[in-house]
Design a protein around this ligand. Structure first.
Ligand code: G3I
Length: 318
C-alpha cells in the first residue's frame, strides 16, 4: 500500500481516479495502482448513455456493475458519470425525432432506472455534464435544450433526486476553474437552481489543465459554490504537457498537482479530487490533443511521477 488513501481520509476528502473496464478486468498492475493510491473511482466511459442503454429499452449493466463491484470489494467510493451529456449518446437517442413529451419520458426513465439500480452504492452523480458551450457563456444547444428548453436541467435533477434521495447530484463542467464569462455563467445557472430549491448538491470542476497554465484562483471559484451551501469536487484532473516532455516540465507539473490538491484542501466543502485516468498509457490526452502527453501521476510504464509526490506533499500539510 501507499500512504495516499490514509492521507486523503485524514483530511476528510476522497482522492479518486477514472477507470476503464478493460484494464480493470485484465491488468493486475493497473488494478493495483488504483487499490493502493485512491479512495474513489469514476467510470471513464462505461456509465455513459451509449454504453448503458445502447438500444432503446435495452440496458447493459456489465461495465457499470464491474466498476461498482470493484469499488465495493476495495472499500472505494464511486462518482457516477454521467447522465445527460451531448457526447457518447446512442444513435437511437441522438438521431431520434423527439417531441418534448416523449424525450422527457425517455430521460426520466433512463435516469430513474440507472440511479435506482445503484442506489446506496454511488454516492455522487454527474447528472448534468457540460451544460454550457465549449468556449462561452451560452447554454449548450444540445438535444435536451433544443427539445425541452433550458428547464431540462431542473427536471432531470428532480428525476435523479426522486430515484436516489441520498445521492449528491452534481453539475459537471470545464472552463470554470478560473474567473471569466463561462465561470460566471455556470455560477448564475447553479445559483438560480439553488434559489428555486431544485435538488442540486455539487459542482464538478473538471480541471483538464495545460502545463504552465493551471489557474491560481481555483479555490476562489470553488468557494463561490460552497458559500451557496453546495459541495465541490475536482472531478477530472489532468495536466497535459507539450512534447517533448522534459524533467523540468515534470518538476513543474509536480507543483501544479500539489497546488490543485492544496486548493481543494483550502475549501471547506471540497470533497473529492479525481484524476482522469490511471497512467499516461490510459489517458485520453494524446488521442485528443496530439503533441501533448504525460498528463497523469503515473507514466506509461506505471511508475509514479513527481506529480504523485506533489499530491502527497499537499496532503501531508496539516
Ligand atoms: O468504444 C469504442 C471501441 O468499441 C473501439 O474499439 C475504440 C477504438 O478507438 O473506441 C472506443 O471508443 C472510445 C471511447 O472513449 C471508449 O468508450 C473513443 O474512441 C474515445 O474517443 C472515447 O473517448 C472518451 C471521451 O470522453 C469521449 O468523448 C475518453 O475515453 C474519456 O476520457 C472522455 O471523458 C470526458 C468526460 O467524460 C467528460 N469531460 C471531458 C472528458 C474528456 O473528453
Amino acid at each position: 500500500g501507499h500512504r495516499l488513501p490514509a492521507l486523503a481520509r485524514s483530511h476528510g476528502i476522497d482522492l479518486g481516479v477514472a477507470v476503464a473496464v478493460d484494464p480493470l478486468d485484465r491488468d493486475r498492475r493497473y488494478r493495483g495502482l488504483v487499490e493502493d493510491h485512491y479512495t474513489s473511482v469514476t467510470a471513464e466511459n462505461t456509465m455513459k448513455w451509449e454504453h448503458v442503454q445502447p438500444e432503446r429499452g435495452e440496458y447493459d449493466w456489465s461495465g457499470p456493475d464491474a466498476v461498482v463491484d470493484f469499488a465495493a470489494d476495495n472499500g472505494l467510493g464511486v462518482r457516477g458519470h454521467t447522465m445527460l451529456w451531448h457526447n457518447q449518446q446512442p444513435a437511437w437517442l441522438a438521431e431520434g425525432d423527439w417531441d418534448a413529451e416523449e424525450l422527457s419520458a425517455v430521460v426520466h426513465e433512463h435516469v430513474t432506472t440507472v440511479m435506482e439500480r445503484y442506489r446506496g452504492r454511488i454516492g455522487a452523480w454527474d447528472v448534468i455534464n457540460e451544460p454550457l458551450e465549449d468556449g462561452g457563456p451560452q447554454m449548450r444547444r444540445n438535444l435536451w435544450y433544443e427539445v425541452l428548453g433550458p428547464d431540462y436541467i431542473a427536471r432531470t435533477l428532480y428525476s435523479a433526486h426522486a430515484a436516489d434521495p441520498d445521492a449528491a447530484l452534481y453539475i459537471n463542467e470545464f472552463g470554470i476553474e478560473s474567473a471569466g464569462p463561462k465561470a460566471d455563467a455556470l455560477y448564475d445557472l447553479v445559483a438560480g437552481l439553488v434559489e428555486r430549491g431544485v435538488p442540486v448538491h455539487g459542482v464538478g470542476f473538471q480541471s483538464h489543465f495545460v502545463h504552465g497554465n493551471v489557474p491560481d484562483d481555483l479555490a476562489e471559484q470553488m468557494r463561490r459554490y460552497t458559500d451557496l451551501g453546495l459541495e465541490v469536487a475536482v472531478s477530472e484532473l489532468d495536466v497535459r504537457v507539450d512534447a517533448p516532455v522534459t524533467d523540468e516540465d515534470l518538476r513543474e507539473q509536480r507543483q501544479e498537482y500539489h497546488d490543485v490538491l492544496a486548493a481543494c484542501l483550502e475549501v471547506e466543502g471540497c470533497v473529492n479530487v479525481t484524476v482522469w485516468g490511471v497512467t499516461d498509457a490510459h489517458s485520453w490526452i494524446p488521442e485528443w490533443f496530439p503533441g501533448t502527453d504525460a498528463a497523469l501521476p503515473f507514466d506509461t510504464a506505471y511508475r509514479p511521477k513527481p506529480a504523485l509526490s506533489g499530491m502527497v506533499d499537499a496532503l501531508s500539510r496539516r
